[in-house]
Design a protein around this ligand. Structure first.
Ligand code: BTN
Length: 331
């Protein structure tokens, strides 16, 4: 068997043995089940160990002990319960940007629901041309290709819809602490734990495809963040006090995303507004909102079903669909 075949066999061995933790499997039995030779099963098990899986391995037996800390497609798939989103999942060790690769794929006519993940990004992109710090092994960098059948003007709400899916995912790990800062930041204790970058591509003034990207700080310790963002960023691990299984969290996020996205074309954020409002960090606050080169100051009073923020400025209600917000601190 060549290396690629052995790696495929390693995946098969894994799906067989991981369901029964601590059970001892005879290599000869696995060889029969997987229609291969015992020495190839042994080599495949060695490959699994090199990927970080905890196995007890002898010449004749294998026991599964623990999964590897990896964002591989195999690991994410193990937890994934979606119908469309992520059913085609492509994982990389390193990419410049998962959004860029997903966009190249979508431009070549890729299907809705394809998900691209990477262990690290070398040119991770944030909003407004900023970069997204994307170190290896501690975060998740995920991009989803969608082709929503909606008019262009309904697209802006997809960002806060994604932020809601993320907030609902994180809630399980950090109950009662997660906030959404309209339109696309997820905060815990006023620090950023995840950011969403939605990129819209059009053809003849219609949506061609949308790339929804999210970067999640999962297992970083405070000192792992560079000085420039150390006071602004946090991770789920820091808040929950527990190391988190990144593949499982990614699968859970994709599931929440699928649930929210299913109803979006028909009712936009109609069914989710109550939850979005409850998570919002801005409602009731005095804010400065910058859109392009314009800036306005007022009170954030609501979010509507298109995902727009309603701001009261000098007793007038202004509806804004995107921008960057700073909260004015009360003296
Ligand atoms: C922001 O808060 O400014 C948005 C950050 C978005 C980062 C994610 S990581 C996965 C995807 N690929 C990128 O290059 N960016 C997004």
């Amino acid at each position: 068997m060549n290396q690629v075949e052995l790696e495929q066999l390693a995946d098969q061995v894994l799906s067989y043995i991981r369901k029964k933790r601590k059970q001892i499997f005879a290599i000869s039995t696995l060889a029969k089940k997987l229609k291969s030779e015992s020495f190839d099963i042994y080599k495949a098990a060695k490959i699994l160990k090199s990927w970080g899986y905890g196995l007890k391995l002898s010449k004749s037996e294998i026991t599964f002990r623990h999964a590897a800390d990896t964002l591989s497609a195999t690991e994410i798939n193990f937890y994934l319960k979606t119908k469309i989103i992520g059913q085609n999942l492509i994982s990389f060790q390193s990419l410049k940007s998962t959004n860029d690769l997903a966009s190249q794929m979508a431009a070549g006519d890729a299907d809705e629901g394809i998900v691209v993940t990477s262990e690290k990004q070398t040119l991770g992109k944030g909003r407004f041309g900023r970069s997204w710090y994307s170190p290896e092994k501690v975060g998740a960098y995920i991009s989803i290709i969608i082709t929503p059948k909606i008019p262009l003007e309904k697209a802006p709400g997809l960002s806060i819809m994604t932020a809601l899916a993320a907030a609902e995912t994180f809630e399980k790990y950090c109950p009662g602490k997660v906030k959404i800062k309209w339109p696309n930041d997820i905060l815990i204790g006023n620090r950023k734990v995840a950011g969403v970058l939605t990129e819209l591509y059009t053809k003849n003034n219609k949506i061609d495809y949308v790339i929804v990207g999210i970067g999640i700080n999962i297992n970083q310790k405070q000192k792992d963040f560079p000085q420039t963002i150390r006071k602004l960023a946090t991770s789920l691990r820091q808040v929950s006090g527990k190391k988190i299984n990144r593949a499982k969290l990614t699968a859970e996020f994709l599931q929440h995303f699928e649930k929210e996205y299913k109803s979006y074309p028909k009712s936009q954020l109609g069914g989710s507004l109550k939850r979005i409002r409850a998570y919002s960090s801005l409602l009731g606050q005095t804010i400065i909102l910058k859109t392009g080169d314009k800036s306005l100051t007022g009170q954030a009073i609501d979010i509507n079903k298109t995902g727009a923020l309603i701001v009261e400025v000098d007793s007038e209600k202004v509806t804004v669909s995107g921008g960057e917000v700073t909260v004015v601190k009360r003296p």
